[in-house]
Design a protein around this ligand. Structure first.
Ligand code: BDR
Ligand code: CA
Length: 316
């Protein structure tokens, strides 16, 4: 059983990833921690609570950081990608559920301390909550089982950036937090654009999810309409990359990914703000800088099959 904290700025692909986790066999979701990013913190927290109510997710919801620790590339939220409400502007009813009293970073620290060496943190938004948790508990790297981050781009398979020529959105939204997390010694795997942009969901894929996944499948189909329109304007194709669910896929089936070990740093100012740079040369990085695992390749067909099968299991 994998015990998981999901740290998320719930927009459209985050919601898809949350359902992936919720319906995966052998996952116990210990908590959902929210962050700003795809929308403001009130909206992403409301979205987490909405998902909890609608899909009967037991895990408590903790409200996380409202803003970046350092310079960010953004001064607004990407409603052109995820909609004003973060979920493709579908109708969202009043939500009765409320977040827990504890702050997101404090919740990460206490859940990890309550389950030493057992917790996998899957982070698919800004790394602000994780950086705050490290500040509260510098021993976190020794206590956590693994951290899987969707973010960054390292140039493998020709992928470099999606919000600038060199930067990916989750990292560009709080480069300082990301640099602290990547150099902290946390047992970290980074699932970047290098592999998330290699997995493409098209109309046939979304129709299959809608037709086989019961209520979850129909929900995914509904929220994806807005997201697909954005991507179609960008690329001319009515399809999208599979970002946040790729971090969940790595949690469930790391064998679907090719990886390498590297020191990773983040550019925290200037024209290349948010760029993730890597080296596996000790002479370049210094031998005492902790390494991360970065994903360089993916079996995209098997990744998509895992997603389809997991969501379809919700309808059984
Ligand atoms: C990442 O940015 C957000 O828009 C998505 O939810 C994903 O986490 C992709 O760059
Ligand atoms: Ca996200």
């Amino acid at each position: 059983m994998k015990r998981v904290i999901f740290d998320t700025d719930i927009g459209i692909d985050d919601a898809m990833a949350l359902l992936f986790l919720h319906y995966a066999a052998d996952v116990e979701l210990l908590g959902i921690v929210t962050g700003f990013g795809n929308a403001d913190i009130d909206t992403t927290t409301r979205n987490a609570l909405f998902m909890k109510e609608r899909f009967g997710i037991d895990a408590p919801v903790f409200r996380g950081a409202p803003a970046a620790l350092g310079l960010s590339m953004f001064d607004d939220y990407p409603d052109f990608v995820h909609g004003k409400n973060g979920l493709g502007n579908i109708d969202i009813p009043e939500v009765a559920a409320r977040p827990e009293a504890a702050d997101g970073a404090a919740a990460i620290v206490s859940l990890v301390n309550d389950n030493p060496h057992e917790v996998s943190i899957v982070s698919v938004g800004r790394l602000t909550n994780l950086a705050n948790a490290l500040a509260l508990c510098p021993e976190l790297p020794e206590l956590v089982r693994e951290v899987i981050v969707m973010g960054g781009a390292f140039g493998f398979n020709g992928h470099h950036g999606n919000v600038s020529p060199v930067a990916e959105a989750n990292i560009a939204g709080d480069p300082t937090a990301a640099d602290r997390a990547f150099t902290s010694g946390l047992p970290m795997t980074i699932v970047g654009l290098d592999v998330t942009q290699e997995v493409i969901l098209d109309d046939a894929g979304f129709e299959a999810i809608r037709d086989s996944g019961g209520e979850a499948g129909r929900f995914i189909y509904e929220i994806s309409r807005y997201y697909l329109r954005f991507h179609e304007q960008l690329t001319g194709h009515h399809e999208c990359p599979v970002h946040d669910s790729s971090a969940v896929a790595y949690l469930l089936r790391p064998d679907l990914y090719e990886t390498r070990e590297a020191v990773v740093r983040v550019v925290t100012e200037g024209t290349a703000l948010g760029q993730t740079v890597w080296t596996d040369s000790e002479s370049a990085a210094g031998s005492d800088t902790p390494k991360c695992t970065i994903c360089t390749g993916v079996n995209s067909q098997s990744m998509l099959q895992l997603y389809f099968e997991t969501i379809a299991s919700a309808a059984d």
